[in-house]
Ligand binder design. Structure first.
Ligand code: FE2
Length: 200
């Protein structure tokens, strides 16, 4: 029996990100939407196990699609929640800052590119580290996996699904993106980046 996956705890109270993200939106987003991806992941694992036991693989395609959708939804939400904190804001420092400046020309250049990615995305804007080519990259993702880059590790994730901002901002996604930067926890982003670099 595959071990059941559980929803991560938020590393802060549900009202910690106000006013950038309201307590109500954090609650719905975490307890309903994110939980839904965890449930979907568990369901897909169970369905795969049942198939293997029964020998009837007629549902494989749709189960594996469901696995990918829900797994990717789960892992990106993990990174999203852990990319923010009540004491966030400011700009990256240290090695991550140097790396961003080296690869994007400046922090401002990186930010502008990331913001445009977030405006254009049908799902997520990500800053990823790619061990294969040893580089940082911004990535624009539709849903949770369309446009994914193989071998890339997300270090900063911004969810631009409507469930992430519409209740607080209506159609003004640009304002949500601007305010997201008030709660980005650069120290945790830097830590994630360094952990990934050290492993590879
Ligand atoms: Fe979401």
């Amino acid at each position: 029996m595959t071990e059941q996956q559980r929803l991560i705890e938020l590393p802060y109270d549900e009202d910690a990100l106000e006013p950038a993200i309201s307590e109500q939106v954090v609650n719905w987003h975490h307890k309903t939407h994110h939980q839904g991806y965890v449930n979907g992941w568990n369901q897909a694992e169970e369905d795969l196990e049942n198939q293997r036991e029964s020998g009837d693989f007629s549902g494989t395609g749709s189960i594996l699609r469901s696995f990918t959708h829900n797994f990717c939804g789960n892992i990106l939400h993990d990174v999203f929640w852990n990319s923010m904190s009540a004491s966030g804001g400011g700009e990256p420092e240290g090695e991550l800052r140097e790396r961003i400046e080296e690869e994007f020309g400046s922090y401002e250049n990186w930010k502008q590119e990331f913001v445009e990615a977030a405006k254009a995305a049908g799902g997520w804007a990500l800053l990823v580290y790619i061990p294969y080519s040893d580089e940082l990259h911004n990535v624009v993702v539709d849903k949770h996996d369309q446009g994914a880059v193989w071998g890339a590790h997300p270090v900063l994730a911004l969810d631009v699904w409507e469930h992430s901002y519409y209740h607080d901002y209506g159609p003004d996604r640009g304002d949500f993106i601007d305010n997201f930067f008030d709660v980005v926890d650069w120290s945790s982003v830097q830590e994630r980046y360094q952990d990934i670099v050290e492993i590879h």
